[in-house]
Write a protein that binds this ligand. Structure first.
Ligand SMILES: [Zn+2]
Length: 91
């Protein structure tokens, strides 16, 4: 087993870290080393998200809430469509 990289030096960790990837104002991509959430310290890497964030209000626009509403809307659409087809064929 090759343990020559353990513990990895801070410099090497920086060099091999994932990159941020945020869009920059000049149209390019941010190449700063990313933090745990995939963004660098300047592009939200340090920010808390969801309930942990100090300005969290109600979660109405949380990914899950939006998906849930879209799911209900699709179900409602399908149901209405079925009802339309059913009432047409029974005439
Ligand atoms: Zn960045």
């Amino acid at each position: 087993m090759n343990n020559s990289d353990y513990p990895m030096s801070p410099a090497k960790r920086l060099r091999t870290a994932q990159r941020c990837g945020a869009r920059t104002r000049s149209g390019g991509v941010c190449r700063q080393p990313a933090m745990k959430n995939g963004r660098c310290r300047l592009h939200g890497g340090k920010s808390l998200s969801g309930k942990a964030h100090g300005r969290y209000k109600h979660g109405q626009w949380a990914k899950e809430a939006i998906e849930q509403r879209q799911g209900f809307a699709a179900l409602l659409r399908q149901t209405k469509q079925l009802l339309r087809e059913h009432s047409r064929s029974n005439r």
